[in-house]
Design a protein around this ligand. Sequence first.
Ligand code: ARG
Length: 564
Amino acid sequence: MNDKALIVAALLPALDGALDEATVTKLIEVPKTSAMGDYAFPCFALAKAWHQAPPMIAQNLVAKIDGSQFEQVKAVGPYLNFFLDKAQFSQTLLQTILTDGLNYGSTDLGHGGQVPIDMSSPNIAKPISMGHLRSTVIGNAIANILTKVGYQPVKINHLGDWGTQFGKLIVGYKKWGSEEAVKADPISNLLKYYVKFHQEDQAHPELDDEAREWFRKLEAGDEEATRLWSWFREVSLAEFMKIYDMLDIKFDSYNGEAFYNDKMAEVVQMLEDKHLLQESQGAEIVDLSEYGLNPALIKKSDGATLYITRDLAAAIYRKRTYNFVQSLYVVGNEQRDHFKQLKAVLKEMGFDWSDQIHHIPFGLITQGGKKLSTRQGRVILLEKVLNDAVDLAQKEIQAKNPDLPNQAEVAHEVGIGAVVFHDLKNDRLNNFDFNLEEVVRFEGETGPYVQYTNARAQSILRKAADVSLDAHSDYTIHDASAWDILKQLAAFPDTVIRASKDYEPSVIAKYALALAKAFNKYYANTKILVDDAEKPARLALVTCVSQVLTQSLALLGVKAPQEM
Ligand code: ARG
């Protein structure tokens, strides 16, 4: 039983049915300072039913409830304050964590329901942007968190591998490119042709006609167009894979926009059958004014289908294939209206599961306060960022621990972990500025700080190698300075649930920072390895801290080296 449940169990019998379990659980608060107890129950909600003033109710409840499980239960004004029995609490908690191991904090909220997560989804022939990095790491962390609470995520990389830009790219390649150049450095050269196209078409509008014609050919299955397209796709994906490998992130599907080409006619037909399509200046649209949204553009005047049409086909395909209980799209906040339109059209089509579709937006990464832009060439090249982070970590480790045996591997885990952690530690909707030195620091609110704290705990355990822990020993801790850590450890299961409900990895990142901080404070003031009666309990505590820190990092997609 977790500690909050202990309080609910004590309160319920004394309330004579005035409030139910869920309400009581919701009402319980954590007081501002631990001097006021570990939990407090505000009595206002009972005043009406019992015709008494809240302070009076608090007084009466003290007498009425069974307080044997607690150190103290006290009325303070309208509140009933609970002080947990620290000795008993530490014993039960540490045993639970040691017994549960990696399953500590796991639940079955999801009952195995499938959850497609549309994530990463970079565009072929363009560099993966910082925005795509955010989508990748946030999506991956959400997948890990959902797995922990019993869902089955399906990670889908909805590659931007179709659209009119491929007509431009083919024209650019044929005019200014070469096979050797694309082979040597695919993305930067393909990007070059694309950028040049946009510079030249101002003065030579006929280029746009050529591009349209090539895209038309591509949609018609023309051999040369298809060959070039699939080659561009292949070499681009190979570049993206380098980044996914560095991050150690895998996908269950790479079905991009092109995958839905043969599934669009059915969507358009369904829209027609439901009389949802309207003509507007030669194009086919769905009117969404009832939703306060711009119309969804389904088919252009030249017959070309659009981004949202493909997303409609994808949403329907995913429902049929996975029978999902939720369907997530981890995509930047700037596409908010697109996903509102997508849901609205699905709703108009009569799909009640449109309510299970959730756009998970996130904020921008800026540099020096400025927005990044591919068109204006203000890009951060991701591979370089990750490599630079590893180099910086390497330098730091070299200075701190020159004899570390597997330095290169640890530097990789710390450098990459730093970038990922930095991305996940703020509420996902916040914008943040990217500064590599800041990201890779070993102190402050960083990934390396959490990793370092865990390595420190591991080093204590190595030194104490002679003590063996098992789930049946006495792990009672009387030392008050361990209290903060114990409460943090106990909060882990609820923290995971909160992160899963809000689709918010930062909840886990902030938790890991708080636990690391509590542990470092304890470590600075306590002689953990001194031989006394509480030594096994202290070592159990250190083991549990390391176990939960490692798990928190794993949920975020960050490795936890044993030594650094
Ligand atoms: N490729 C798009 C972009 O880079 C993101 C795709 C997001 N996923 C989706 N199903 N629309 O902006």
